[in-house]
Ligand binder design. Structure first.
Ligand code: PLP
Length: 453
């Protein structure tokens, strides 16, 4: 395995109180021109980013444990990506694949056919964003089945367009006052082991959802079941073992298209190319974005050839979908993932983080605020509860999550929160982060959790 070479010094450095003067000035400029509905969790402006480091315009260096929400898996300026983008951009930036096609698009589709689960005949379509991929997966499922209903789950996140808002579970901030929403979307219970009222096996949790579908919709009306194999924004929820395979088997029996939304969990993030692999499931269609493009906007759906090819010519597409520069970046990012065995790196990161967090949870004990540590690979989360409620009411502790993220930031570590109750600290480091930097970031996190406890 090749050594990872960094361009920026991989070291945390906070010069003083921040935002510094340059970031503060940019925050002021922003207020008069950027819409208030767009929020940024970190009040500093980026100057450079590489490996596990983000530097700001005032000269501070932050450890990146968020990857721009699971996007910069290969780092934010991976050498392969930079070179491929520069080469492509010098030739053509756009022609529109629907007008005059180009090889990069075909090559990405070839990679996706090889990398996604299952050895069946596959077809792909490329788009720009995760939401667009989800929208198109549902278009395909509806057309191919001739049915309308789509089943989504509690705690789901699928995007912010009209259809994907309807599919997303959480009202605030994603849906409140943005309706009316797209019809024929139904929501059923997820398997959320930590918050089940009584322990329930994965198969039984799936049965619970299936019964609701059968009673409230009728299997013969369902076009698709859409699910994140590990839920992202909802709180990095890993369903109980057996939940997903049971749903997949039932969907198959009923002619329902099973769509795995791997926009966040895909591309090495969970210690496998796709999270579906951990449960041995083969989705009919898989949606991808975030990690796919090395930071450039690209998304895709890959699925059974008979489903995708059922659509009439011209039925799928978009002006920018599969932009040549984004395709070049994606091919380069995939190369980096293979060259540096980032699947293995994600597994290694899981080991390092698990050791630290379980030790801390043991130290804080049952009266502590760590309710559950969970996740796979480098998609890991700490669900926080009010002190001492971890074995009883499990009262969500969003205040602690906020305080911990703020304390980390003040010390120079960018950490994201998530969860239906806003009480989950999520770790999504770039997979190219070095062990020293990762451990330094974890030192800061551990101290912040201790202080909040
Ligand atoms: C981020 C995300 C989306 C939406 O992707 P965008 O590129 O923001 O539109 C959809 N599904 C999942 C699981 C996501 O994490």
């Amino acid at each position: 395995m090749a050594e990872i070479a960094y361009r920026l010094e991989q070291k945390r450095r906070i010069l003083g109180a921040f935002p510094g003067p340059k970031s503060a000035a940019l925050n002021e400029r922003r207020k008069s021109v950027v819409a208030g509905g767009v929020a940024s969790s970190v009040p500093v402006y980026v100057a450079d980013a590489d490996g596990g480091i983000i530097t700001d315009v005032d000269g501070n260096s932050f450890i990146d444990l968020g990857s721009g929400i699971a996007v910069t898996t290969v780092g934010a300026s991976d050498a392969n990506v930079v070179e491929a983008v520069q080469e492509q951009v010098a030739h053509f930036t756009h022609t529109c694949f629907m007008v005059t096609p180009y090889e990069g698009y075909v090559e990405v589709a070839e990679e996706l056919a090889k990398l996604t689960p299952g050895d069946h005949e596959k077809r792909s379509v490329l788009f720009n964003s995760g939401a667009e991929a989800v929208e198109n997966a549902i278009k395909v499922a509806r057309l191919a089945t001739g049915r309308d209903a789509v089943v989504a789950f509690d705690h789901a996140y699928h995007g912010r367009t009209n259809l994907t808002m309807a599919l997303t579970a959480k009202a605030m901030p994603y849906k409140t006052n943005f309706g009316p929403f797209a019809p024929e979307i139904y929501r059923v219970p997820m398997s959320y082991p930590y918050r089940e009222e009584a322990e329930i096996k994965g198969e039984d949790a799936a049965r619970r959802a299936i019964t609701m579908i059968e009673k409230q919709i009728g299997a013969e009306s369902v076009a698709a079941i859409l699910i994140e194999p590990i839920q992202g924004e909802g709180g990095f929820i890993v369903p109980a073992e057996g939940f997903l395979p049971t749903l997949v088997a039932w969907a198959k029996e009923k002619g329902i298209v099973f769509i795995a939304d791997e926009v966040q969990s895909g591309f090495c993030r969970t210690g496998a190319w796709f999270a579906s692999e951990h449960e041995g499931i083969v989705p009919d269609i898989i949606t991808m974005a975030k990690g796919i493009g090395g930071g450039l906007p690209l998304s895709a759906i890959t699925g059974r050839a008979d489903l995708l090819d059922a659509v009439h010519p011209g039925g799928l597409g978009g002006t920018y979908g599969g932009n040549p520069v984004a395709c070049a970046a994606s091919l380069a990012a995939i190369k980096t993932m293979k060259d540096h065995n980032l699947v293995g790196r994600a597994q290694h990161i899981e080991k390092v983080v698990t050791e630290r967090v379980t030790a801390l949870a043991g130290e804080l004990g049952a009266a502590g605020i760590i309710g559950e540590f969970r996740g796979r690979g480098a998609m890991l989360a700490i669900e926080l509860v009010k002190p001492g409620t971890g074995n009883t009411t499990k009262e969500p502790n969003a205040e602690a999550a906020k305080a911990i993220a703020a304390a980390c930031l003040a010390a120079g570590v960018v950490i994201l929160t998530c969860g239906t109750y806003g009480n989950v600290i999520r770790l999504l480091p770039p997979l190219v982060i070095g062990d020293d930097l990762l451990n330094d970031g974890l030192d800061v996190l551990v101290d912040a959790i201790r202080a909040a406890a």
